[in-house]
Design a protein around this ligand. Sequence first.
Ligand code: HEM
Length: 401
Amino acid sequence: MGLHDKVTDWATDFDHTDEEWAADPYPIWDELRATCPIAHTERYGGVWLPTRAEDVAEIAYDTERFTSRSVVVSKFRPPMELAPQGIAPPISSDPPFHKGARRLLLPAFAPQAVAKYEESTRAYCHELIDAMGDAAVVDAAEGYAQFIPVRVIANMLGLPESDGDRFRGFVHHVLEGVDKSMEERAAGMMELFGYLEEQIEDHRANPRDDLITYLLQSELDGEPVDGFHVARTIGLLLIAGIDTTWSAIGASIWHLAGHGDDLARLVAEPELLPMAIEEFLRAYAPVTMARLVREDMDFKGCPMKADDFVLLSFPAANRDPDAVERPNEVIIDREVNRHSAFGLGIHRCAGSHLARLEMRVALEVWLERFPRFELADPDGVRWSGGQVRGPRELPLRILGS
Ligand code: HEM
């Protein structure tokens, strides 16, 4: 979490890395939505925060006035020279370049393509639980959720499983180190890209059946995809695929630990799990991406300036009473659930089928092995702040059946 002045006014001086936001952002967003639906802060060089579903959607679909040149809020703005690819194509690319960069990835993330990771993910989930032995108190974030997406993405990309700690370090740097100096930010990025360059060289020399090799052998606009593009896309997948899913699995288990009735129902009626997963994604949507304002303009009465950030709060949109009935209730068999946890518009999550598979398998195995559990220490739960929010410490007491 960043070092910053404590927030005293959420409408005019918010900070999405604040401890209060990390612990429980929902009352903050509810209050803003009712009183100041597009909040503003001078921090990070100027950031806007829409909290209504309608405004979040309008901005997400408007790639003319809002650019994806940077999707992570920090004090710095990426140099224009990186456009149109941006630092991590396709998430940082605008049209028309975005389309081809995204199309490259889609076959690898189609439902049939990701299905092949189910069996190994299930076996790995069991291994993680086996390693907990018969401890009465276990940490579902530190001992379980954090490892699952790292293993899956390492296998998919063709990176050594043993580098998992390094990947988590990169993710932490990019997403939570947003208050660091320019030099520190740059040094962390250099380390990430240095690591990826080495891996790409190794894949060029020794092609194999994995996503890095596939990307190196693909074409974009009739030309082979260059190594720099591949490195930046792999960097994106490491960042986008790890703590998003880790957060979503952790938040789902956290909910069940605090709601014994939902837990008992899911154990008794496992066929409800896919619906429950959609509801966990809606209610605890982990991901908030950002846009930069392209040119000075007025947006619904807000004087937005070029290079101001806008936080696209999909999590706040999912709790908007004008868009969702009883938004603050978690209803595990909610029938109508058009949430935007995976985003909206051209950048909608390319990894959603994989994310859902990982969540389903992780929860199926957890519930099979631990049909009864509760929070061991509600004050001991720690949530990450910033743009990807989920439990990072989640101590649970395992109860006998
Ligand atoms: C529960 C887990 C996940 C959530 C909630 C999530 C959420 C999101 C959101 C909200 C966006 C839109 C970003 C924007 O509008 O700027 C996005 C984009 C993206 N996600 Fe995910 N994501 C998850 C898991 C994954 C996984 C597992 C992968 C792949 C390994 C992945 C890959 C991507 C990619 C490549 C994009 C960019 C797509 C584009 O720009 O066209 N995500 N994700």
